[in-house]
Design a protein around this ligand. Structure first.
Ligand code: ADP
Length: 422
């Protein structure tokens, strides 16, 4: 009778222990799946593995494809930098055996096992007695091995293999995801740095070009006015080219100031019609030079917006100028404004070269042009739409383009919030 009681008591104890372990495994799985920092994740996994296996140490080895070896990613109680230097060959090591055979392994007398790779014990400053290793897999691919060393009492059992296998399967995916995230973060940071360098270059280059350009224009104007005949004509050409260059430099300066948030925006209530007419007056000579007709439609009542007059006029002029440039001689352009429930929508429609659907978003990026730079027929820096977008967005508005396709014309829209005097 006392015998029966003892074994029931043992069974109950074993069951309680199992339930505790299972509860711990669920907890572990939640933590593993919610930790995105690779180092913290590895550290958590090995500490938990050692704890659940009730052993002295645990480690994770990941496969290094380039070297064809396993490399320590983490080990309890060890210096991570020293560990990272230790590579473990696939042949002649217990971890290598687990990895190559894609099967768990329990070795309960490490010192006599010929597969034991002696250097690990030396580096970890642990005398290995018992060892358990299970493969880490993502789908069917083995990515590494997780090991436990020196069970506190007795030997590693089949239960330990099951517990470690559960941890390994979660760990493999989580480590893979954490590495992917780290790579993504790095790529994002590199991209940000590159973007910053581009912006710095834009700011410096445009600033440095302005001064000599001013001098060239000053002297060319002087020569054109003072000299006579051929020299005056040559000076006029220099002046003409310098003015084109200045317009490009101004675009660079404008974009750089806007992107850095240094541009001054001076807003006041302005009727959209006033800015449309100013943009129209600016562009009409270029349209006439190509025998194009620009029709203009605007509501009669003033459509008030809270705007920096000069900058919104510039955005309208950019759209009109593009319509003229990307539409052939005698083409048709419509410039309209419409009152909408939440604002005023200005449209520029042309029957020009059109825009492929996949480029409709890209064209608003700085320096972006649909045509390849080596074969392009149209001049420009690819900045006009980028400037217009920043300007419109600074006003809380939206800019976008639509086109039925190549050679089917394009329509550009700018939607500005209406000025509310209350
Ligand atoms: P740029 O005109 O100097 O190239 P933009 O930023 O104004 O720079 O325009 C970017 C690109 O968008 C143009 O190079 C062109 O490929 C395309 N694009 C802009 N407006 C039109 C239009 N009305 N019709 C066809 N393509 C256009």
């Amino acid at each position: 009778m006392p015998q029966g009681k003892t074994s029931e008591g043992d069974q109950l104890k074993a069951m309680r222990q199992m339930v505790r372990k299972l509860a711990r495994l669920v907890e572990v799985s939640v933590t593993i799946n919610s930790t995105l920092d690779a180092e913290a994740l590895l550290d958590f996994i090995i500490r938990t593995a050692a704890d659940l296996l009730e052993c002295e140490a645990a480690s994770i080895l990941l496969y290094d494809e380039r070297a064809g070896e396993l490399r320590f990613a983490a080990a309890t109680g060890s210096n991570p930098e020293v560990m990272a230097q230790i590579s473990v060959p696939l042949e002649g090591s217990i971890a290598g055996n687990v990895f190559s055979n894609n099967r768990p392994l329990v070795v309960n007398d490490v010192s006599t096992d010929p597969r034991h790779f002696g250097r690990i014990g030396e580096e970890l400053r642990i005398e290995p007695r018992t060892l358990i290793g299970v493969p880490m897999r993502i789908r069917e691919r083995v990515t590494g091995v997780i090991e436990g060393l020196n069970k506190h009492s007795g030997e590693f059992t089949e239960d330990d293999v099951q517990v470690l296998s559960v941890i390994a399967s979660q760990a493999a995916v989580a480590i893979h995801n954490a590495h992917l995230l780290a790579e993504l973060r790095k790529a994002y940071n590199d991209l940000n740095q590159l973007d910053k360098r581009k912006r710095d270059f834009l700011a410096i280059a445009s600033h440095e070009l302005r001064t000599p350009l001013g001098v060239i224009m000053g002297y060319a104007t002087f020569l054109q006015e003072e000299a006579e005949g051929e020299i005056s004509e040559h000076a006029a050409r220099v002046l003409n080219s310098a003015m084109k260059l200045r317009s490009l430099v101004e675009d660079m300066v404008n974009l750089s100031l806007l992107q850095m948030g240094d541009a001054e925006i001076q807003r006041k209530p302005v009727p959209v019609q006033k800015m449309m007419l100013a943009a129209y007056d600016e562009i009409i000579p270029a349209a006439e030079a190509k025998s194009q007709c620009i029709t203009i439609h605007m509501p009669e009542s003033p459509q008030m917006v809270w705007a920096d007059e000069e900058k919104i006029t510039l955005a309208f002029a950019n759209l009109l100028s593009n319509a003229v440039r990307f539409t052939s001689n005698s083409g048709r352009i419509a410039f309209c404004a419409e009152s909408k429930p939440h604002g005023v929508c200005v449209m520029v429609e042309d029957n020009g070269i059109g825009i492929p659907e996949e480029e409709l978003e890209n064209i608003f990026k700085d320096f972006y042009q649909v045509e390849h730079h080596l074969t392009r027929r149209y001049s420009g820096l690819g900045l006009g739409l980028a400037i217009s977008r920043v300007v419109v967005e600074l006003h809380g508005g939206r800019i976008w383009a639509e086109s039925p396709g190549v050679n089917k014309g394009s329509t550009f829209y700018i939607l500005l919030p209406r000025y509310d005097s209350d």
